[in-house]
Design a binder for this molecule. Structure first.
Ligand SMILES: *Cc1c(COP(=O)(O)O)cnc(C)c1O
Length: 402
């Protein structure tokens, strides 16, 4: 018979056999429901990270799990060598929701970013007329777009890059939020500007008001594609369906992942119009993924999107986000440097490393993770209610005022 394992056993096993590319909080989760997770000893915690915003619909949402189970018993993978009935409607529903003409499904966020990079380059050569292999893509300092070798090329975080070179040519970095720097960096060979509307991984960094709108105008003026990485900020996290909606701009490509499948199954996508995702850019055979657009992921994503809309999670994020931001700002703590955010994507920047506060919060049954040393991210599932927010913020207050 298997020996009963406890928290310390699981930690020891994972540390012994797993690569140490993460530094998790020492809580071993056994199961979860809605906004709550339960560890292997049965202790209950509020999840305030939501799988880096993938779990906007909450853990194990009954409707999404039902869609998963039903589809799993029908067909899980066709490959794109054949068609499947789920992808067709997923594509239609995602395009109708976002207002774009086409979508291209992948699995992880990084793969969707890679797809957008490829689309932008190809568009640069075929539509804009950039000389072959000369396309440039402008990215921002402190960005986070994923972990592939091409994507870490344009990371400005040494930890993400060091020892992983050589890197991919064709990327230029400008300071995030600096419109003059963006204008100065644009050349006739610039194919695209890739930006997160709010830099979540960098510590919930908000650009100056009007920055995204001005950047979009510059892109239009110079015939440069504006690509919004909304993998984390999208689908209601910031209180609007997309974070770019706060400045009423429509990007040329929108990159989605995370909450697109409610944290149930990896599904990502790029959406855009025919000019960037049509057959000139991606003719048959030019790009693909064995699992991308599979019927299981498509069925899950379709239901995850329906839940998001029908349960009015975008509205909930706006209302409770504003409420939570106000309450956090009222905490009188010598440790807090700044509270900022939009919707239910809130950062508490401290004067010192946040790790020990995250550990103290865990002891109070609130799970948070520091991002970039000094910032605690508050990003619970969007299904959360006001009473639970109040309960959580009381815990924050207790931990930050001792
Ligand atoms: C998480 C994230 C990614 C990468 O997604 P993966 O699924 O981890 O590859 C890219 N961009 C942003 C803004 C993210 O938050």
């Amino acid at each position: 018979m298997d020996r009963v394992l406890h928290t310390t056993d699981y930690i020891a096993l994972e540390d012994q056999y797993g690569a140490h590319n993460y530094h998790p909080l020492d809580v071993v989760i056994d199961h979860a429901e809605g906004v709550w997770v339960y560890d292997v000893e049965g202790k209950k915690y509020l999840d305030c990270l939501s799988g880096y915003s993938a779990l906007s619909q909450g853990h194990c949402h009954p409707r999404i799990i039902k869609a998963l189970m039903e589809q799993a018993q029908r067909v899980t993978l066709t490959s794109r060598a054949f068609r499947n009935n789920q992808l067709a409607q997923f594509a239609q529903e995602l395009c109708e929701l976002t207002g774009f003409e086409r979508m291209l499904p992948m699995n992880s966020g990084a793969e969707a970013i890679e797809t957008a990079v490829k689309a932008a380059r190809k568009w640069g050569y075929t539509v804009k007329g950039i000389p072959v292999d000369q396309a440039e893509i402008i990215t921002c300092s402190n960005n986070f777009h994923g972990r592939t070798t091409t994507i870490i090329t344009f990371s400005t975080e040494p930890l993400y890059r060091e020892g992983f070179g050589p890197f991919t040519p064709g990327f230029v970095t400008v300071p995030f939020g600096d419109i003059a720097a963006l204008e100065a960096a644009i050349t006739p060979n610039t194919a695209a500007f890739l930006v997160e509307p709010i830099q979540a991984e960098a510590g919930i960094i908000m650009p100056p008001d009007g920055y995204l709108k001005a950047a979009k105008e510059l892109c239009e003026k110079h015939k440069v594609l504006f690509i919004a990485d909304e993998i984390q900020t999208g689908l209601g996290r910031t209180g609007r369906l997309f974070a770019v909606d706060h400045e009423n701009i429509v990007p040329d490509m929108l990159v989605l992942g995370k909450a697109l499948s409610g944290g149930v199954y990896p599904v990502s996508a790029v959406v855009g119009n025919d000019e960037v995702l049509g057959e000139t850019i991606f003719p048959p055979g030019s790009h693909g993924s064995t699992f991308g657009g599979n019927p299981l992921g498509s069925a899950v994503a379709r239901e995850a999107l329906k839940v998001l809309i029908e349960e009015e999670l975008v509205e909930n994020s706006a209302i409770l986000g504003e409420y939570a931001l106000e309450r956090f700002r009222q905490i009188d703590s010598p440790y807090i440097k700044e509270v900022r955010g939009r919707g239910l994507l809130i950062g508490l920047e401290l004067h010192e490393p946040a790790r020990r506060f995250c550990e103290a919060l865990r002891d109070e049954r609130v799970l948070c993770k520091e991002t970039h040393e000094n910032t605690i991210r508050f990003a619970p599932p969007l299904i959360i209610d006001r009473d639970t927010i109040d309960w959580a913020i009381d815990k924050f207050e207790a931990v930050l005022t001792v």
